[in-house]
Design a protein around this ligand. Structure first.
Ligand SMILES: NC(=O)c1ccc[n+]([C@@H]2O[C@H](COP(=O)([O-])OP(=O)(O)OC[C@H]3O[C@@H](n4cnc5c(N)ncnc54)[C@H](OP(=O)(O)O)[C@@H]3O)[C@@H](O)[C@H]2O)c1
Length: 358
């Protein structure tokens, strides 16, 4: 019997790195499990016909974390009633290493004739530190901004990867783009849904078209998400001609240790309190819980008539002030789309040559 193959880039969580993680595990297990890739896997399975056989391919930079992700998913999916077989595969992938990206692409091409779902969830660099004075000031003077688009998060500037590219550009955008370009065959055969995880904060102000690799940017993470939006606009039509349906989604704002790693437990729970307050007072983007955050990524895989649904929108996970989830779409400003596409395609050609003897 045939099976559906879903590849999820970066489906694990970071809690083990925290000194105070045990507190989370014991008292707040619902929050511990909130990391997006795991929840995307869970929701994808929930949406499948229960008799469908599914293969989940999870990636990480280490085998250990791949295995951990698989164990967590296995444990969680026990809650879903399904008769279809669920199997797993793990794939080592470091998006900041182009040889690793090519190797992962070759492995996917060798192992799978068809890939049905592909989620670009892996990302780096949301927060490398916190300017506490600015944080306190912003919480007091503009509390909604402080929990929606905070300006006190420090992001490292000018970091270059070992492949001599902007580090965040390569990790969050180019590595995944290159990988997708190398597996078009199985994606096309599987009539795949490709989902890029963007962000609420991917506004044009965070991307200078003179610095597409985000080397001089003070907000490279947000700039990388803007690049994702533009790259999606530039490529979805071409992919559709191959039978591949690409979407860009954003998860709202949810509890993630990618930025809470920098916090003490007091500031962590204060942030959580402010998130809940923001939602109560009308901020629909405060999804808070990873399951609700994964709503938009799962939603775009369920379109019955894909030709009818718009692909030029960004689908966002949202909640009403009582926490009930829904999906809210947003227009994407296309300014700079063609320049970004030309630049990234140029990089792809450059790396095709560099990697041809690999
Ligand atoms: N938290 C929020 O409120 C929020 C808001 C908007 C958008 N998002 C987006 O939602 C997605 C998931 O966020 P999250 O907070 O759940 O992520 P997370 O817990 O920080 O996990 C990041 C994942 O990316 C992988 N990764 C990091 N660097 C990598 C690299 N160089 N090569 C390959 N994989 C790499 C990690 O895998 P390994 O470490 O195992 O290799 C990990 O699985 C991200 O795209 C994020 O930008 C989050």
């Amino acid at each position: 019997m045939s099976e559906k193959v879903a590849v999820i880039l970066g489906a694990n969580r970071l809690f083990r790195d925290l000194k105070y993680r045990d507190t989370y595990i014991v008292s707040f297990s619902l929050l511990v499990n909130s990391y997006l890739g795991l929840k995307i896997a869970y929701r994808l399975l929930e949406n499948q016909d229960p008799s469908t056989n599914v293969k989940l391919v999870v990636t990480s930079r280490t085998e250990k974390r791949c295995n951990e992700a698989i164990e967590i998913i296995k444990r969680d999916v026990g809650k879903i009633e399904r008769s279809g077989k669920l199997s797993f595969d793990s794939l080592l992938l470091d998006l900041t290493d182009m040889e690793s990206v090519l190797k992962a692409a070759n492995t996917l091409n060798d192992r799978y004739e068809e890939i049905n779902y592909f989620f670009v969830n892996a990302a780096l660099g949301a927060c490398d530190g916190i300017n506490w004075f600015a944080a306190i000031w912003e919480v007091m003077t503009d509390p909604m901004k402080s929990v929606t688009d905070p300006s006190y998060r420090i992001q490292n500037v000018g970091v270059i990867s070992k492949d001599q590219m902007g580090y965040i550009f390569q990790a969050n955008v180019f590595g995944s783009y290159y990988l997708i370009q190398k597996i078009l065959n199985p994606l096309s055969k599987g009539k795949a849904v490709v989902v890029w995880i963007s962000s609420l904060c991917s506004t044009p102000q965070y991307l200078s078209l003179d610095d597409i690799e985000l080397i001089n940017s003070t907000r490279p993470y947000d700039g990388s998400k803007r690049l994702i939006d533009l790259l999606h606009l530039a490529t979805y039509k071409k992919l559709k001609e191959m039978g591949i349906y690409q979407y860009v989604v954003q998860p709202g704002i949810f509890i993630s240790l990618s930025f809470s790693q920098q916090m003490s437990w007091i500031s962590y729970y204060s942030m959580l309190f402010l998130f809940r307050l923001a939602r109560r007072f009308g901020s629909y983007w405060h999804t808070i819980d990873g399951y609700k955050a994964a709503n938009s990524a799962a939603y775009v895989t369920t379109f019955r008539d894909r030709d009818f649904e718009r692909q030029d929108l960004k689908y966002g996970s949202a909640t009403y002030n009582d926490g009930v989830e829904y999906v809210k779409s947003q227009e994407i400003d296309p300014l700079g789309r063609d320049k970004v596409y030309r630049y990234i395609e140029g990089k792809r050609e450059e790396w095709d040559i560099k990697l041809q003897n690999t």
